[in-house]
Write a protein that binds this ligand. Structure first.
Ligand SMILES: [Zn+2]
Ligand SMILES: [Zn+2]
Length: 387
């Protein structure tokens, strides 16, 4: 019977001893496994995972390894379960937990920093200096589920209470998986960038973070909000999420278009989500003097950057990882107030058993897939049988 020292459960939510999980074998290989249901410790709860979205970073981890770091090394063949953008229901409480109740619906953010390093003490726990140190005699208590500890491509997971965000019953499971993506855009624009209403924003690259970056910027009162990209169908979604202008960079020079659309001037912020080889140089020519460039995409190759232009124009350049300073809570507030409809980027749902198909849809953008969600319950497996 499922139990642990000081752990509270409820007869309303029967918890099995073992669960279905996917684990990473060799690069690119996901295997089915049966794992024990984990037991929450102090300041942790057990979450029954009701939905999990696939992120480009999951695809990166599954094929190449980083930024996952398991026991100080690559995540392959270590019985590691990836997946980090999940939501669910609290079904057991660790000792002393009274901040959440059994049966409460929540979504999660990823990083529970060590709580003791310089960055964690500043609230920048996604930049924890003890990243991945959670084992053996280097156990600093850091957890980033799906990166340095087991994640969400399974039925249950333990989460630190600091990573939980309560959601209203009016928010669907699928929408709740998108809170963390909106939270990443929020973190880049407000907590790190300092955006206030009336400032101008360009978002380059209409992937999930870019599209929700448009939505968050607009909800924050930015004007104008300009989205650049190469696919008209994605740009159209950007319009629906609040972009004042969209630019297809296949038919128009992006830098010239931005200046034309912003009264001949550069903008205050560029949120770079394309990872394109020349993206930093283009962004540096889209911003005005003293403007800020937030880098939110990982390009695969090193690229030359015109540093002199950045220096002469007092341009701020910063990378972001994740969603520190509780930006996820602010993103959830916008979403529960219906300030934008994040579900416009959710395109497909598959059962957990069909995770490899779901990953193929996300990776190859089959059927114009943007955000693909996987659910352990309530999705018919035969839906994709004809593929
Ligand atoms: Zn992600
Ligand atoms: Zn830390």
């Amino acid at each position: 019977m499922y139990a642990g020292p000081g752990v509270k459960t409820s007869p309303d939510f029967a918890i099995p001893d073992t669960m279905k999980a996917w684990v990473l074998g060799n690069p690119g290989e996901l295997k089915r496994a049966e794992k024990p249901v984990p037991i929450p410790k102090r300041a942790e709860v057990l979450v029954r995972i009701d939905a999990v979205a696939i992120c480009a970073t999951d695809l990166e981890i599954i094929d190449h390894g980083p930024p996952a770091l398991i026991q100080g090394g690559m995540p392959f063949n270590r019985n590691f379960t990836p997946g980090h953008e999940y939501m669910g229901t609290v079904v057991a409480l660790g000792p002393g937990v009274d901040e959440y109740r059994i049966g409460q619906r929540i979504t999660v953010e990823i990083h529970a920093g060590c709580g003791q390093c310089k960055r964690c003490r500043e609230g920048m726990y996604t930049s924890c200096h003890n990243y991945g140190l959670n084992y053996g005699d280097v156990d600093k208590g850091h957890r980033a589920n799906g990166f340095t500890t087991d994640g969400g491509f399974c039925e249950y997971q333990v989460n630190n209470i600091n990573t939980l965000v309560a959601i209203p019953d009016t928010m669907s499971d699928e929408e709740a998986t998108l809170v963390v993506t909106a939270g990443t855009a929020m973190y880049g624009l407000t907590e790190l960038g300092g955006l206030v209403a009336g400032e101008s924003v360009v978002v380059t690259g209409p992937g999930p973070i870019g599209l929700l970056g448009v939505a968050v910027a607009k909800a924050l009162g930015a004007q104008p909000v300009i989205l650049t990209g190469t696919r008209d169908n994605r740009l159209k979604i950007g319009r629906a999420l609040g972009a004042d202008h969209v630019v297809n960079v296949r038919s128009e020079n992006a830098v010239q278009a931005v200046r034309r659309l912003n009264a001949g001037k550069g903008v205050d912020y560029v949120l770079e989500c394309s990872g394109a080889p020349n993206a930093v140089n283009e962004a540096a020519r889209m911003v005005n003097r003293g403007g800020k460039i937030c880098l939110a995409a990982f390009p695969h190759q090193e690229t030359p950057v015109d540093v002199a232009h950045i220096v002469r124009n007092n341009i701020y350049l910063y990378g972001i990882r994740g969603e520190g300073k509780s930006a996820t809570h602010r993103a959830e507030a916008f979403m529960s107030q219906k300030r934008f409809d994040a579900t416009k980027i959710h395109t497909h749902t598959f059962p957990l058993d069909d995770l490899p198909t779901a990953i193929r849809y996300a990776k190859d953008r089959v059927d114009d897939a943007i955000k693909v969600v996987v659910k352990a319950r309530g999705v018919a497996a035969h839906r994709v049988a004809a593929e």
